[in-house]
Ligand binder design. Structure first.
Ligand code: FES
Ligand SMILES: [Fe+2]
Length: 334
């Protein structure tokens, strides 16, 4: 599991006054907001009697254990023990580099000294006032994060798995104009339809004078981020819907799945926001169900490798990149 990356720990909205316990990359962590609003993340185990610190409460900028009241600062240092004056050197917990951006709290589970030279996945549209970036969805998935990675890199599944929601006629895959670009640490899959009509769903969002050019683009960055763009454009307008898929491993067999949806049209239309949210949630539940079903088959498949198809070019490329990165990271795995 790659640890030297920024992963979503939770959404900004999830983190209120109460600390939040999570398992991220096989590490139990507690996320909390200090009095000044800054998010902090510590290992979720009190060194006294191993109680989860997420059961505790925040006092000023410190997290107080619910059991006997030891208090820890954002650096993980114990700053108060109710029954004694001396604080032993062992009284600290691991703290994780943390930042907050694009509506998410991010954690760096790897070597802390490497965190400052990296940034979370760039999503400038989520900070652009001419966009609506209010839809953020969270799913807990009982399946390996790699199942969702592979799902997002082979969108031919949309014709079948999502036949009852956003599916399309699968015969269109026969002459699929799919273009796959693989670079060192980046994969782009794209379908570009020039001089065409709008898809019914796109027309319902924002009708344009036809013909239009339609772009469907998925950009993958390691370890597990996929930014999808659905664009309709003519000479007068460019209508964009973006779905940013952010995957955080929980354990080897489960993950946290976040999807942020942003658009540059009808940005004040609350009814449209609710509809897009509900429609997307239905689609993502279909992805969740297949990932959990695949995971449930693992006890019987005994590590049998997948069979690669032509449509799996991007999936296979991502596996190669991840393997390479795993090998390079090996000495710093914590
Ligand atoms: S278990 Fe946390 S203070 Fe005792
Ligand atoms: Fe899907």
């Amino acid at each position: 599991m790659l640890k030297n990356y920024w992963y979503v720990a939770c959404t900004s909205e999830m983190l209120g006054a109460k600390p939040l316990g999570r398992v991220i990359c096989n590490e139990p962590v507690v996320i909390f907001r200090q009095k000044d609003g800054t998010a902090a993340i510590l290992r979720n185990v009190c060194p006294h009697r191993q109680a989860p610190l997420s059961m505790g409460t925040v006092h000023d900028n410190a997290l107080r254990c619910a059991y006997h009241g030891m208090e820890f600062s954002a650096t993980g240092q114990c700053i108060h023990i109710p029954s004694q004056d001396v604080i032993p050197p062992k009284a600290h917990v691991r703290s994780y580099p943390t930042c907050e951006r694009y509506g998410f709290v991010w954690i760096w589970p790897g070597a802390p000294e490497l965190a400052t030279s990296a940034v979370p996945p760039q999503m400038p549209w989520r900070e652009d006032k001419t966009w609506n970036a209010s839809i953020v969805q969270y799913f807990h998935v009982k399946g390996s994060h790699m199942l969702m990675n592979d799902n997002l890199l082979d969108l031919s599944h949309v014709a079948f798995l999502h036949a009852n929601s956003i599916g399309f006629d699968s015969s269109r895959l026969d002459n699929d104009p799919l273009e796959v670009v693989v670079e060192d640490h980046y994969i782009r899959t794209q379908r570009l339809f020039r001089n065409t009509i709008q898809a019914p769903a796109h027309k319902a969002w924002q009708p344009l004078t036809e013909p239009v050019d339609r772009t469907q683009r998925a950009e993958w960055h390691p370890p597990c981020t996929v930014n999808i763009l659905a664009r309709n454009e003519n000479t007068d307008a460019q209508v964009d819907l973006r779905a940013d898929h952010l995957i955080t491993p929980e354990t080897d067999e489960t993950h946290h799945y976040y999807v942020a949806i942003s658009r540059n049209f009808r940005i004040d239309d609350v009814d449209l926001t609710h509809k897009l949210d509900a429609d997307a949630r239905r689609v993502h539940m279909e992805d969740l169900e297949i990932a959990e079903a695949q995971q449930s088959m693992k006890p019987w498949t005994h590590g049998t490798p997948d069979m690669a198809l032509k449509a799996d070019k991007a999936v296979t490329a991502s596996h190669r990149i991840l393997e390479r990165l795993e090998q390079a990271q090996a000495p710093v795995t914590l």
